[in-house]
Design a protein around this ligand. Sequence first.
Ligand code: FPP
Length: 248
Amino acid sequence: MRSSVTEQDISQIPTHVAIIMDGNGRWAEQRNRPRLFGHKAGVDSVRAVVEAAREIGVRYLTLYAFSTENWQRPMQEVSGLMGLLKVYLQAELKTMLQNGVRLSCLGQQERLPDDVRQTLAMVMEQTACCRGMTLNLALSYGGRNEMMRAVRALARKCVAGELDWRRLDEEMLAAHLDTAGQPDPDLLIRTGGEHRLSNFLLWQASYSELYFTETMWPDFRKKEFLEALATYGRRQRRFGRTGAQLQG
Ligand code: FPP
């Protein structure tokens, strides 16, 4: 039997890791428990992965916690998730400050319940000076929605005469996304056995290495995270070039 991966087996640490945390509902259903039971166990995985990422030196970690499409779920599940998020933020603030983790938010915060927004704002403000790792929570987030908001902001500047449309380029669009100023994800992980992006970081993931695992999110802990990082370390990133060009 192969022993599990350790920090020493990881040849290169990705600067930015993004994760689609899928499988909470199925994990709970397999145990004849309500879906929220799976989300609660998922919060423990969030804690474990944030801690492991910080420990190993990942600089940006982006977690897809709630998509624009997730609003369509039963009201009870939506409010349960919002409650878990608020409790998580309140409980983690001290640890985040101790570990130098800065909280940031991607998505339409204005759609979130007032109490969650207030808690997010408080934690973001208090951790603004942290420099160890940025934790992006994607909340009420959709990649297409994010791009539309960026395009609208640019169009408004053009109409107002602040910007010449001929100067528009990729860099300028990227600077109007929720991830402005952050590097694109090097590694994008999806748990839960599905092989799709589900409207996550559509612009930013252009050259991300993709890693899919059957493991349901509540079972994805430090060991599984290190395995994903070790796999990433064995990949050759060519960015459209040939292998020979990279060696030369
Ligand atoms: C997808 O699983 C997961 C979600 C929609 C929510 C993820 C939320 C958490 C892990 C907990 C709260 C987050 C934080 C940051 C504290 P699913 O419900 O779609 O699973 P399924 O595909 O098995 O139904």
